[in-house]
Write a protein that binds this ligand. Structure first.
Ligand SMILES: CSCCC(=O)C(=O)COP(=O)(O)O
Ligand SMILES: [Zn+2]
Length: 212
């Protein structure tokens, strides 16, 4: 099998798994996987498709500027430039973007702080943070409507082969050295977001019940 076919199948499997979690509401989300360096080429999801379905036109091969390598009927994701930022800045191999209710709510609650911070949570180890007092900081950037502006703001937070950035009231993008790592980080982030929101809700209920 060629490298492109290998990577295509790997990304298709990740797409199916994220679809099973219902993380592609309303055609949202986009995924990419690197095929080669020098010159950079990566597969990215086609724009506006129902990512819960598998078709022969789910992905396009694009270059370092996000332009299709060959003439295609479908268009690359409208947010391809964010994936370009990842591959042009670090040697990550996969980048995943999803919209969930939890990541949107967290991005709005902590948006004015420009980051959400997790400490004392086992799952921050997914980011290779093993020290007892380790802290995971996930930056939150504004949801610039102009994609090149959004990509520029996003790119300022890419300095490692693995990472995560929240886009306020939009979604999250994570990247890792390969598909396995990117998916692991995405699942860890969503766990932490859901935990944080459940904890706030539980504390609030407790407070209200003891005030009666
Ligand atoms: C309908 S979701 C709005 C666009 C978006 O944020 C997204 O993630 C999906 O865009 P794409 O062009 O990748 O389908
Ligand atoms: Zn999006």
């Amino acid at each position: 099998m060629s490298l492109v076919v290998d990577r295509w199948n790997e990304l298709a499997e990740i797409k199916d798994e994220l679809a099973d979690r219902d993380w592609f509401m309303g055609t949202s989300g986009n995924l990419s996987i690197k095929v080669k360096d020098h010159p950079l080429e990566f597969l990215v999801t086609a724009s506006g498709k129902d990512k819960r379905k598998r078709t022969n036109s789910d992905f396009l091969l694009v270059d370092h500027e996000g332009h299709p390598v060959e003439k295609e009927e479908s268009k690359p994701s409208a947010e391809t430039l964010l994936h370009c930022e990842v591959y042009n800045r670090v040697s990550a191999g996969c980048s995943l973007h999803v919209h969930t209710v939890a990541n949107n709510v967290v991005s709005e609650i902590w948006g004015n702080h420009h980051e959400v911070v997790f400490k004392g949570q086992e799952l921050i180890k997914a980011f290779d943070l093993w020290e007892e007092d380790a802290v995971l900081r996930i930056p939150i950037i504004p949801n610039h409507p102009h994609i090149p502006d959004l990509a520029e703001a996003f790119g300022e937070h890419i300095y490692s082969d693995r990472g995560a950035v929240l886009i306020r009231n939009h979604g999250i993008t994570v990247w890792g050295r390969n598909g396995f790592e990117a998916k692991k980080l995405l699942e860890a982030c969503e766990f932490l977001f859901q935990y944080q929101l459940s904890l706030m809700h539980a504390k609030n209920s407790l407070l209200n019940s003891t005030n009666i």
